[in-house]
Structures are given as C-alpha cells and as structure tokens.
Design a protein around this ligand. Structure first.
Ligand SMILES: Nc1ncnc2c1ncn2[C@@H]1O[C@H](COP(=O)(O)OP(=O)(O)OP(=O)(O)O)[C@@H](O)[C@H]1O
Length: 373
C-alpha cells in the first residue's frame, strides 16, 4: 500500500531555507541584462576608480535586491579594493542609520552609541576610505522609504560630494526604488540631481511563464518529488500573478506546505493553496495596516466602506465623505492616497468622462480590510 501519511519525524520539505525571504538562489533566471548593466556600472571600482551611479527601478519582487546581492557577493570574493555595502532603507531610513551601517561595515563594529553626530561618523568613513585606499559601492535598497523629511537629499548630498570634500574618497551608489511611478530625477532636489547622474536599470514585472519557471525551480529545490503536482503549481502561479509579486508565490508554497504537513499529508492540495492564500493575504495586510498612521487608517476605512463591486470610487467623493468627520486638506489627502497606492493597498486610475477623474479602488476585499482596521 502506498504510504500517504507522514510519520511524525518525516517532512515534505527537502530544503525549507529556499522559501525564506533572504534566500539567494543559485540559479537566477531572466535578469541577465540587468546584472550585466549593473556590473558595467560598477566596473571602474575594480580598477580603483569611482563606480558610476545606477538607479534601479521595478515593482516589488522583481529581483532587484537579489541582483545586487549576487553581484556584491562576487565582488567580495574577487577583491578587497572595492567594498560593497547593502543598506535596507526600509529598516535604516535616516541618514544617521545609513552612515552608521557603512561605518560598521568598514570598522567591524557600530559607531559609539551616544554622542556621535552624522558628521563625525561620515568623516570617520571618509578617512577610512582614504587610509585603506578602498572604493565604496553603496546600495540604498528600497530608497523610496527615504522620501520623508528630505532624508534622501540629506544622505545623497554628502555621499556624492565625498570625493570633493575628502581628497579622493571614492563612493559609487546604486539606488533602488520599488515604486514605478517615482523617478529619481524628480525625487531629489536640483543640487543633488546635478551631481547624481544615474543610469537607469529597469526591472519589469515577470510574465506568468517566467513566474512559473522560477517557482518550478524553487519547488524542485525545496520539496521532495511529487509533493506539488502540476495542477497545484499552476494554481500558485495564478495566485501569484493576481498580486504581481513573486515573493507572495514563494510564501504561498511554504505556507501550503506547512498546511499539508500539519495534516500529515505527503502532497499539497489545491485546498491547501487556497487556505494559505487567504492566510498570507491577511498576514500581509495586517503588517501594512499596523504601520499606518491614524489619519491614514481613517482614509483607508472610508475607501473600504465606499468600495462597491470593484468599480472604484472617485477620489473627490472619498474626500467629500472624509470632510464630514475630519479636517483634511486636499494636499494632505493626496499625500495619503499616494502612500496607500505605493503600499499597493489601492489602485489609482483615471476615468475619462467630462475631464479626467481619479478613481480609487481597493486591492483587497473591503470586508477583510475593515475587519483588520
Ligand atoms: N529571477 C529570479 N529567479 C529566482 N528567484 C527570484 C528571481 N527574482 C526574484 N526572485 C526571488 O523573489 C524574491 C524577491 O526578490 P527580490 O527581493 O530580489 O525582489 P525586489 O525586486 O528587490 O523586491 P522589493 O522591491 O520588494 O525589495 C526573493 O526571494 C528572490 O529570491
């Protein structure tokens, strides 16, 4: 008889690590052009010159971080002269936190915890570059999280002027935005833009066929044979394409696998995928909603309440409804709308009728959103 149930010490996962978010896959398909472009930009650094600055842009889960991490790993294996520093600006989102991260990479320990200013740490970094005769390549990943309080200019300006202010302290930058609507040229002020001069490297969304191939590879690496059937894989691809983020597909495989294991089954079913999808949507939403300010939560709640059958609501109508309960200027309202759009909670489209009307539609089930608010 074929054994259908797992023993308590058995698992369907060959290697669960491959489903972790910081996992860097050996086989990295469909990003050859972007990898070559970025390598070219960094190449002067290998000869001791200043690397050229790059701007990577693409929606979430399109391989931007992975491309840079793979190149940085290669650099570290090849040379000590060019020192790569990867900064996740979602975590380190102030100029001090960023320069402290660079300092730590060079010194091997963080700056003194109290009483050190940005300027002191920055100068220590520049002195170190000169003393060790190295070149820095700094990746500001998810730098769209620096678009608050002028922070992006506050950090870029000193980094860009390092070579002028401190002899030949050579620093190159890779700036990553996971927001397709913002261009670096307009996101920074004129004095930064005039010295930044980046070459853009675009990361387009993966097609369904590409998502399928990437997920198939993960399945082969992460699960034992026959755990995921062709039919189940197609369902995961379909759900992944709904949200458009490959990361969600990888997470879905992991969660569906856990559900099958919980029931001691040797195969993942369609039902596991559907349940996992709902759980991951809720989980994802909860963490985004928790990060919102009160004012932003109210705007989201009103959008959810006004959401009809997917048709969307005119932005002006939402603002009118909000004004009944709170004081909210139109400018601030639009800032919030833009943020909700950036967080992929809502879609912003134009409806052409008598003039152009901005239409807001919720990307999630309104009931679930209201439940979590
Ligand atoms: N071409 C690919 N082949 C295999 N795995 C990939 C590929 N592209 C992305 N991934 C996987 O998808 C996940 C997300 O990739 P990554 O973090 O590089 O995306 P990103 O564009 O930097 O996303 P974000 O903008 O949200 O930071 C990672 O687990 C990564 O391993």
């Amino acid at each position: 008889m074929v054994k259908r149930l797992l023993m308590w010490d058995e698992t369907i996962f060959r290697d669960p690590e491959v489903f972790e978010m910081d996992f860097v896959p050996d086989q990295f398909l469909f990003r050859e052009t972007q990898t070559a472009d970025l390598a070219f930009q960094m190449q002067p650094g290998l000869r001791g010159a200043r690397p050229m600055n790059s701007f990577c842009r693409g929606p979430p889960g399109t391989g931007k971080t992975t491309t840079v991490k793979k190149l940085f790993a290669e650099i570290e294996e090849t040379t000590k002269r060019l020192v790569p520093v990867h900064v996740n600006c979602q975590i380190d989102n102030t100029r001090y936190a960023i320069i402290a991260k660079v300092y730590k990479k060079l010194a091997g320990h963080p700056p003194q915890p109290s009483g050190t200013s940005f300027k002191q740490v920055y100068e220590a970094v520049c002195r170190r570059i000169q003393k060790d005769d190295i070149v820095l390549i700094i990746c500001l990943d998810d730098a769209n999280y620096l678009l608050h309080d002028n922070e992006i200019n506050n950090i870029l300006y000193p980094l860009l002027r390092a070579h002028e202010a401190y002899g030949d302290a050579r620093v190159g930058l890779i700036i990553i935005f996971s927001d397709m609507d913002i261009d670096i040229a307009t996101a920074v002020d004129a004095r930064v833009a005039s010295v930044l001069r980046t070459t853009e490297v675009l990361f387009p969304p993966y097609t369904a066929a590409e998502v399928e191939e990437i997920l198939r590879m993960r399945v082969a690496q992460g699960f034992y044979p026959n755990v995921i059937s062709e039919d189940v894989l197609q369902l995961v691809v379909d759900r992944t394409m709904r949200g458009g983020d490959l990361r969600a597909g990888i997470d879905l495989l992991k969660r569906a696998g856990f559900l099958a294991e919980r029931d001691a089954r040797r195969t993942v079913t369609r039902d596991d995928v559907c349940k996992a999808y709902e759980i991951s949507q809720r989980y994802h939403l909860t963490s985004i909603i928790r990060s919102l300010r009160d004012e932003e939560k109210i705007v989201l709640a009103v959008i959810a309440e006004m959401s009809g059958e997917g048709a969307g609501t005119a932005a002006g109508e939402v603002h009118a409804a909000l004004k009944k309960d709170m004081k909210l200027s139109y400018t601030r309202y639009y800032e919030i709308i833009r943020k909700l759009d950036m967080l992929r909670l809502i879609n912003l489209d134009y409806r052409i009728g008598r003039g152009r009307t901005r239409v807001i539609s919720l990307r999630y089930d309104p009931g679930i959103v209201l439940d979590l608010l």
